[in-house]
Design a protein around this ligand. Structure first.
Ligand code: 5RP
Length: 219
């Protein structure tokens, strides 16, 4: 079974978590794009969406879905987003698409975070996927040196990429993240780091994994 088919299964399964007429948070990435297609096929299912990126905003608006500012939406019941990796405790690596800061904000503002992915994203230990860290541009070299000092790995500047917030991304390779909460806190402590792609302090509440045997639900 292809990864795309797994993503579609997970995206369709996420539709069952929506309360009719609610305002939901919507993440970013190819799996979420399929979820937005599902929303588009069901007009009126949600009242509005809070979007985690300019890319998702465009798709939502093209689908005729109102996009609301988080400041006006208030606390959200549901956030649906993908991941680059998840472990069995539903700690995630996110930010492959560079939208990690807004994603972390919306995840934090939501009562329930439903993560959707194909089943190749489930790993024993996080870190094979390079960990994205969003950084204020003037702090780029300093933060890279501090990352090596504090957690190891090899930070590399994501070339020709600027986040929706005007910052740069360092992708940190060769990490083995046995203690995601500790890593997340350590990275948060480095001046110049805006957000790191570990979602462990606030991980997913539900993980829907599409694969050959259908949708596996972890919670
Ligand atoms: C974007 C993300 C995405 O959720 C993550 O990269 C997964 O993307 P995809 O669904 O394309 O595999 O964190 O910043």
């Amino acid at each position: 079974m292809s990864a795309d088919a797994g993503k579609r299964q997970a995206a369709e399964a996420a539709m069952t978590y929506i309360d009719n007429g609610s305002i939901i948070g919507v993440g970013t990435g190819s799996t979420v794009n399929v979820f937005i297609e599902c929303l588009a096929r069901d007009p009126g299912r949600i009242r509005a969406a809070v979007s985690s990126s300019e890319a998702s905003t465009r798709l939502l608006e093209d689908a005729g879905i109102e996009v609301m500012d988080l400041n006006h939406a208030g606390p959200l019941d549901l956030y649906v987003d993908g991941a680059d990796e998840s472990n069995r405790h539903l700690s995630l690596i996110k930010g492959g698409g560079g939208a990690l800061t807004r994603e972390k904000i919306i995840a934090g503002a939501s009562r329930r975070f439903v993560c959707i992915a194909d089943d190749s994203k489930l790993v024993g230990t996080l870190g094979a996927f390079p960990l994205p860290v969003e950084v204020i541009p003037m702090a780029r070299s300093f933060v890279a040196r501090e990352i090596v000092k504090r957690i190891g790995g090899q930070p590399e500047l994501r070339e020709r990429f600027t986040t929706d917030n005007g910052n740069v991304i360092l992708d940190v390779r060769n990490l083995e993240i046995a203690e995601p909460v500790k890593f997340e806190r350590t990275l948060n402590d480095i001046p110049g780091v805006v957000t790191n792609g570990l979602f462990a302090l606030r991980g997913a509440d539900v993980l829907l994994l599409g694969g050959a045997d259908g949708v596996q639900t972890l919670e």
